[in-house]
Design a binder for this molecule. Structure first.
Ligand code: 13P
Length: 249
């Protein structure tokens, strides 16, 4: 049976206490869930949440990291610090980083390679804006984000990479790409991966969909052949909305 990877991106939400409370509830309610599950709290809550998820089936992710191992980089958090806390995954190149904080493909690629070098599994986010989609540049944009994000990544390392397709216009807006639309872009991303790494390797890559995923649309999205999981924002902030997404089948 196909297995899915469902991840919750808590973004800039929740104090340490609130994060621990939600993580505790999720660990209890997701015990035995068949899918791979990850939560990504804010940096400030990682250590406390790490203690809660330890020994459970809930993986711990970070939402970003700096592009260097250490040094004079005020305000950055390094891969070594994340590893130290028991973080196993890291979301990189989220559109809120690209569009809100000027992260370009070259910077995202440095982070992807650094994460892999230290055994942290990256979730590389790609996705077009509405303007890019409407002007016919979807494939150029998503193709470049995929190729440039993975520059220098070996075939062996690719096995540790998840791609998240998150159309910018669908994030936090309540607008979801239709399952067919999303699947078509996922198929395109897989084609790009095949051109870089071959068909077999491309087939093995988990491609998550993100953008207004909720329990009402999760099963329909996941039924599509190229949608291998979900990266969930708003609906991951409460157990009552996140648990049914993980338990969509
Ligand atoms: P929403 O689920 O709130 O649309 O956010 C998606 C997202 O950006 C996950 O990384």
């Amino acid at each position: 049976m196909r297995s899915y990877f469902i991840a919750g991106n808590w973004k800039m939400h929740k104090t340490v206490g609130e994060s621990v409370a939600l993580a505790t509830e999720l660990v209890a309610k997701l015990a035995g869930a068949g899918e791979k599950v990850m939560i990504a709290p804010a940096f400030t809550a990682l250590q406390a949440v790490a203690a809660v998820v330890k020994g459970s089936n809930v993986l711990l992710g970070a939402q970003n990291m700096g592009p260097e191992e250490q040094g004079a980089h005020t305000g950055e958090v390094s891969v070594l610090m994340l590893k130290d806390l028991g973080v196993s995954h890291v979301i990189l190149g989220h559109s809120e980083r690209r569009h809100g904080y000027g992260e370009d493909d070259a910077l995202v690629n440095r982070k992807v390679r650094l994460a892999l070098k230290h055994g942290l599994e990256p979730i590389l986010c790609v996705g077009e804006t509405l303007g890019e989609r409407e002007s016919g540049r979807l494939e150029a944009v998503v193709g470049a984000q995929t190729r440039e994000g993975l520059a220098g990544v070996t075939a062996a390392e690719l096995a540790k990479v998840t791609i998240a397709y998150e159309p910018v216009w669908a994030i936090g807006t309540g607008k979801t790409a239709t399952p067919d639309d999303a699947d078509a872009v996922h198929a395109f991303i897989r084609k790009v991966l095949a051109s870089l790494y071959g068909d077999a390797a491309a087939k093995g890559v988990c491609i998550q969909y993100g953008g207004s995923v909720k329990s009402e649309n999760a099963a329909e999205l996941m039924a599509r052949p190229n949608i291998d999981g979900a990266l969930v924002g708003g609906a991951s902030l409460k157990a009552e909305s996140f648990v049914p997404i993980v338990r969509f089948r």
